[in-house]
Design a protein. Structure first.
Length: 351
């Protein structure tokens, strides 16, 4: 039986930051993730994808963000159960929870925080005949290593953030990038839309709208794609890579059977207080939760993780008053002798 203060389901960015925030409160964390390594989608699906909305980082690769979060959290010695899926949850007579994985590993904790991102997910595939035949032979739904596309002709399909971001990124290394979207309007961030338009105007990429890729050609490897315009005109485009980026189909998996209140494949939480679910002691943070005004952003997950940890402290230490301390004054080790002396110097300089 693995025992901890906060058991976290998931090991993505929100979960890793929760480890740090819990550590500041002297709470231990253990994380369960079906993936073989921490980082969630950032490490498994798009480690080389640039992220632009992390404070103090104008641009940071998803994999690099994971590495920095791991470095930040490792000082609090979190435990990990990787390559296993959280399967069942049961409440004990003392109020604590036992979570058992698909491999039978049991975990005991007074607080459970579900930070499973989008849950179990799979890419949405376009309705193209025999597309499976050329998967991993030029057709890919996820970009793990952009170097694979260096000096190659690439066709990207989609109109969301992923399609726009990868179009921008691959325009720097690919021989030719063509973005095909079924509408003239894009759904991504306005800044990304503007950058893509600028790349088109400068001749660095090609945009074809409104159109859809309707067939692919090639024997052992992808050789070309055929797209159809809204007017019904068809045209073949020679390419070495076709990347349809239509998002992911999320599934909660076994968590959906835990008695949680679910809305549109997400877990409802009380955002007015602490992101607790309808089950006291069970929280949901990050992309997996929903509430009025919810934004699926990593930085929002960080905020939710912080409030969750403070609520968990009260559950684990009933009746004990916690005085908020600032790391700029105490550091992460608390008020040791060195920190005390540093604090005195700060106070003296202010006086």
């Amino acid at each position: 039986m693995i025992k901890t203060d906060i058991l976290i389901i998931g090991a993505g960015p929100t979960a890793l930051f929760a480890v740090f925030e819990a550590g500041l409160l002297k709470l231990n964390c253990h994380l369960i993730d079906v993936l073989a390594q921490p980082g969630g989608q950032c490490s498994e699906i798009y480690p080389k994808k640039p992220i632009y909305d992390i404070p103090a980082h104008p641009e940071i690769l998803a994999g690099e963000l994971t590495e920095k979060l791991l470095e930040q959290s490792k000082q609090f010695n979190p435990g990990f159960t990787l390559g296993e899926r959280a399967e069942t949850i049961s409440r004990q007579d003392d109020g604590k929870f036992i979570v058992t994985t698909n491999k039978g590993t049991k975990h005991l904790a007074p607080v459970v925080a579900i930070a499973g991102g989008l849950g179990c997910f799979e890419p949405r595939k376009p309705n193209i005949k025999d597309i499976e035949r050329l998967e991993d032979k030029g057709v890919a739904y996820i970009i793990k290593d952009p170097e694979v596309y260096r000096n190659k002709r690439v066709v990207i399909a989609g109109g969301g953030d992923s399609a726009l971001d990868w179009t921008i990124f691959l325009s720097k290394i690919a021989k030719k990038v063509t973005l095909i979207h079924r509408r003239n309007e894009f759904r991504g961030a306005l800044d990304s839309v503007q950058k893509v338009q600028e790349l088109k105007n400068s001749g660095k990429i090609n945009i074809i709208t409104p159109a859809e890729v309707t067939s692919i050609e090639g024997d052992n490897f992808l050789e070309s794609v055929t797209y159809t315009t809204r007017d019904g005109e068809q045209q073949s485009l020679s390419t070495e890579a076709f990347i349809p980026l239509f998002g992911l189909t999320p599934k909660l998996g076994p968590i959906a059977n835990w008695g949680l209140e679910i809305e549109r494949n997400a877990i409802k939480v009380n955002n007015a207080l602490d992101y607790q679910t309808n089950i006291p002691g069970v929280f949901a943070i990050g992309d997996i939760n929903t509430y009025p005004g919810k934004l699926k952003l990593i930085l929002c997950g960080f905020h939710e993780a912080t409030l969750m940890c403070h609520a968990a402290y009260k559950i684990i230490n009933p009746g004990k008053r916690y005085v908020l301390k600032y790391t700029t004054v105490t550091g992460v080790d608390g008020f040791d002798g060195t920190r005390k002396e540093a604090t005195k110097n700060v106070v003296k300089s202010i006086q």
